[in-house]
Design a protein around this ligand. Structure first.
Ligand code: S3P
Length: 447
């Protein structure tokens, strides 16, 4: 087996072994969710905005290219991660070709909320994974608002065809705690002729609501209920904090590796996203996961996170915790493999409709590496033996085209007891193009 150098972005498999130590200072990419919203909301605002710290992942580029295809001027300033966006008010231009959301559910679902009210026809598609993910969850409420929106298989799958037009507000019981669905309805509601009310079953990330308020839009939260009044937005400059979902890989690597000290700079700590910090703390990381220099930047709480080695124990999680750490379940499963005792993850059926069925892919790939892990319909059960006695002995594994799987397997290799060979490592670039360079920076022994 030939393995590529660790920093490779080629399709060759990568080999990871546990290094003697893990240490250094890193800044993770800008938060993916906030990056998408900073581009989308400023595109439909009045005025010009400077965005700094934008994610350089493929998903955010997909959103940017779609907006540019609808006449929005988005220009790099010359400083990495920094762009100016010239808002077009509520009216975009008809795209002359099919919009491509790539692998990004956030791009497709949020942009559909905008397209629904535009006075033109558009088609939005994505890669094989995105074309298999459920779209009825946005199509149905948007149709209730009056949108003409169609998809394959009885309007359930992309490509979606949208003939935008006049929308009216709706009173909607959101069937699942999804920030993407909530945001699509909110964005459509901004251009409706009457108020929109959304009843959430549990809190999901609230970046859309925060950003709209900061831009002068009229949106109210009453507990889990949201009221959106039709509003115009004013452009605002946004500094995007580091992505806690990317930082999570280094949190788990640092906590479980026997000799680690990692400082992750400028991580966004919006309470709707900090489930992973809370869960790792409950697993025994209270003294090894320190928030340093807590501050507010651009309306979002931010801190540096200092991670040092410790021993974790198993935990049971479910309920309202799941939406607060949905994207972190694969890396939490890795942590659970190195913790002592059983970890039970429940109420996470939404994982089945992510970039991959993450219950199936996480369980399949960790099983290959030697883990004692079983899938449940709504989650998984992991029996850990502690980091020292871990049964992660290494093997070949694959990303299934899922960025978070590729990075989770790498962390398993950084802590486990044998060589982990990852096929599809380059998929990390969907959210974290620098992941492999950062891994190299934090290790001393990797080839
Ligand atoms: C996202 C919301 C989440 C998350 C996704 C990004 C967003 O999905 O899994 O990676 O930016 O709104 P749902 O809340 O729709 O399940």
């Amino acid at each position: 087996m030939t393995t590529a150098p660790i920093s490779s972005t080629s399709s060759a498999p990568l080999s990871i072994n546990r290094p003697a130590s893990l240490g250094g200072v890193i800044s993770v990419p800008g938060d993916k969710s906030i990056s998408h919203r900073s581009m989308i909301l400023n595109s439909i605002a009045n005025g010009e905005a400077l965005i700094q710290g934008l994610s350089d992942g493929q998903d955010v580029l997909s959103t940017m290219h779609c907006l540019q295809a609808m006449g929005v001027s988005i220009e790099p300033t010359g400083i990495t991660g920094s762009y100016t966006v010239k808002g077009r008010g509520s009216q975009l231009e008809e795209p002359s070709n099919i919009l491509d959301a790539g692998n990004s559910g956030t791009s497709m679902r949020l942009l559909s909320g905008i397209l629904a009210s535009q006075s033109f026809i558009s088609i939005i598609t994505g890669d094989g994974s995105l074309r298999s993910r459920p779209m009825q969850r946005i199509v149905q409420p948007l149709q209730h608002m009056g949108a003409q929106i169609f998809g394959r298989q009885n309007d359930t799958l992309a490509p979606l065809v949208v003939r935008g037009g006049s929308l009216q507000g709706i009173d909607y019981d959101l069937p699942m705690a999804s920030a993407q669905v909530k945001s699509a309805i909110i964005l459509a509601g901004l251009s409706a002729t009457s108020d929109t009310v959304i009843h959430q079953p549990a809190l999901s990330r609230d970046h859309t609501e925060r950003m709209i308020s900061a831009m002068g839009g009229k949106i109210e939260a009453h507990g889990l209920d949201l009221v959106i009044h039709p509003s115009d937005l004013k452009a605002v400059d946004i500094t995007v904090p580091g992505d806690i979902s990317s930082a999570a890989f280094w949190m788990v690597a640092g906590l479980c590796h026997p000799s680690a000290r990692i400082l992750i700079k400028g991580v966004g700590l919006n309470p709707s996203r900090t489930g992973i910090v809370d869960v790792l703390t409950q697993m025994g990381a209270a003294d090894s996961l320190k928030l340093v220099d807590e501050r507010i930047e651009g309306g979002e709480p931010v801190a540096d996170i200092l991670v040092t080695s410790t021993e974790l124990h198993g935990i049971e999680i479910g309920g309202d915790m799941i939406p607060r750490m949905l994207d972190e379940v694969p890396i939490l499963a890795v942590a659970a493999c190195f913790a002592t005792g059983n970890t039970v993850i429940r109420d996470a059926t939404e994982l089945r409709v992510k970039e991959t069925d993450r219950i199936y892919t996480t369980v399949t790939e960790l099983t290959r590496l030697g883990a004692d892990i079983k899938a449940q319909e709504d989650g998984m059960v992991i029996r850990g033996k502690g980091a020292r006695n871990s049964d992660i002995v290494g093997a070949e594994c694959q990303s299934h085209g899922d960025h978070r799987l590729a990075m989770s397997m790498a962390v398993a290799g950084l802590i486990g007891n044998g060589e982990v060979i990852i096929h599809g490592a380059a998929d990390a670039s969907v959210s974290y193009p620098e992941f492999w360079q950062h891994l190299e920076l934090l290790t001393q022994e990797l080839k």
